[in-house]
Ligand binder design. Structure first.
Ligand code: FES
Length: 116
């Protein structure tokens, strides 16, 4: 199933746009030139992830080195701060136990399209 979300400009301007796909809310997020689609409902207590914020995180590094990475690839839930990798949907804290569903996104003739 393909769902047209809006024009590239509309989605970029919104930052995040929620569409319903198969009875579920999906958040389509604009980051620079890219788009990502994730299940909008946080697995903790159901907050809208579209109301969350994007950031990066500290990444694996040598002892006594502190390296910030994944800039704008981490989405943080607005209610209690659970963090998820925007590309994989996996929780940063418990990647094996918790995560958000992700959906492929393409653009077609100036429109953003989610594939479900
Ligand atoms: S509802 Fe998302 S962290 Fe609690």
């Amino acid at each position: 199933m393909e769902v047209r979300v809006g024009t590239v400009e509309e989605v970029r301007r919104a930052g995040c746009r929620i569409v319903e796909i198969g009875g579920r809310d999906v958040g389509v997020i604009s980051v620079g030139e890219e788009f990502f689609a994730i299940g909008d409902k946080c697995p903790h207590q159901g907050a809208s992830m579209c109301a969350g914020s994007l950031s990066g995180t500290m990444v694996a590094s040598a002892p006594h080195e502190y390296v910030y990475g994944q800039d704008d690839r981490v989405i943080r839930c607005p209610w209690h701060g659970w963090e998820f990798d925007l590309e994989t949907g996996r929780s940063l804290l418990e990647p094996q136990r918790s995560g958000l569903r992700t959906y492929p996104v393409t653009t077609d003739d100036g429109h953003v399209v989610v594939h479900a």
